[in-house]
Ligand binder design. Structure first.
Ligand code: ATP
Ligand code: MG
Ligand code: FE
Length: 334
């Protein structure tokens, strides 16, 4: 199967061609980071306008890079949600137009299943598995007993992990997006500042990062009031360690309790060096196979949407011209 994937849920306009759900033939990402940087975050209206400008260009480039024609394709997979409504609409309506024009089936994809299936582009998925989703808008532990089956066993009660990284970065005057900046800075620092870890109730697989975020903000403000400065690198390292500690511990607890055959990590924060190395260490100690996508497939891209779309296509999932973007699409009902 040859699938064209399309992703426009946030601030990346992306198109990619994937063969058999595993082999990337092309992967085109037009990032809008430069446009949003001066606002310190994604401006939805600006994002939509960029998607309109880039949509046709990235789709054509994806086919060209893949050395494929429209008749080589079996289907078009598009992110239906969750995401920014105006941004989703560009991708969904563009995909509908292409589907109609070229007589190709249209497969709706849940963005987070895309992040999960980025792992299939890099290796095997072994079921049952526990997936730790850590992205800009989501932090979840998901139990998958087979392809296309998602049970949320834990989720954040406030900020997402990526959101916490971005907010803490802003407190430290680092540019948007803050995750990679904190990651870089943390390497130069020591985790010697005491910060809280929200374990919540024993046995809970939920997360909470807003208390930690406030603790970081307070640490900076208190120092400022006393005419002192905090070592940014040490604070970044301490913050990152606190986030990673909770993520890794809860994931490993879930992996044991659910007797899974694999731990999988997905989403933009899966690019974090601290998380990657701690998770690798914990999995090695527990003799648990681990899957994390390569860096380039952690943040938003369309290859992951095509990979997830391939599973949907093979299951017979398809949409008609009534398909609409859904900002709050639920993965369990998907
Ligand atoms: P969602 O997937 O939940 O809809 P999104 O698509 O906006 O949200 P992603 O593209 O998956 O988010 O990931 C972006 C997030 O990942 C940002 O919050 C960014 O700061 C974070 N991120 C990227 N690289 C790193 C890193 N190396 N360390 C920590 N966080 C990172
Ligand atoms: Mg993005
Ligand atoms: Fe994402």
């Amino acid at each position: 199967t040859m699938i064209l994937g399309i992703e426009t849920s946030c601030d990346e306009t992306a198109a990619a061609v994937v063969e058999n759900g595993t082999k990337i033939r092309s992967n085109v990402v037009a990032s809008q980071i430069q446009s949003h940087k001066r606002f310190g975050g994604v401006v939805p209206e600006v994002a939509s306008r960029h998607h309109v400008e880039q949509f046709t260009l990235v789709c054509e480039k994806a086919l060209e890079d893949a050395k494929a024609t429209w008749s080589d394709l079996d289907a078009i997979a598009v992110t239906q949600g969750p995401g920014l409504v105006g941004a989703l609409l560009i991708g969904v309506n563009g995909a509908k137009a292409l589907s109609l024009a070229h007589g190709l089936p249209l497969v709706p994809v849940h963005h987070i299943t895309g992040h999960i299936y980025a792992n299939r582009l890099a290796g095997n998925m072994q079921f049952p598995l526990i997936a730790l989703i850590v992205s800009g808008g989501h932090t979840e532990l998901i139990y998958m007993k087979e392809h296309g089956s998602y049970e949320i066993i834990g989720a954040t009660r406030d900020d997402a992990a990526g959101e916490a990284f971005d907010k803490v970065a802003r407190t430290l005057d680092l540019p948007y997006p803050g995750g990679p900046e904190i990651d870089r800075l943390a390497k130069a620092g020591e985790p010697n500042i005491k910060l809280p870890r929200a374990w919540l109730e024993p046995d809970s697989y939920d997360f909470s990062f807003s208390g930690l975020k406030s603790a970081v903000i307070n640490t900076v403000h208190n120092a400022k009031q006393r005419g002192k400065t905090v070592d940014k690198a040490d604070l970044a390292a301490s913050f990152q360690e606190s986030v990673v500690d909770v993520l890794v511990t809860k994931t490993m607890n879930a992996a044991k309790a659910y007797h899974v055959r694999q731990v999988l990590v997905a989403g933009g924060v899966a690019a974090n060096q601290g998380l990657r190395s701690s998770m690798a260490k914990a999995c090695e100690e527990a003799d648990m196979p681990l899957s994390i996508p390569p860096f380039s497939l952690c943040t938003d891209n369309a290859a992951m949407i095509a990979a997830a779309g391939t599973i949907g296509f093979l299951k017979g999932t398809s949409a008609d011209m009534a398909l609409n973007g859904k900002p709050g699409l639920n993965i369990e009902e998907f």
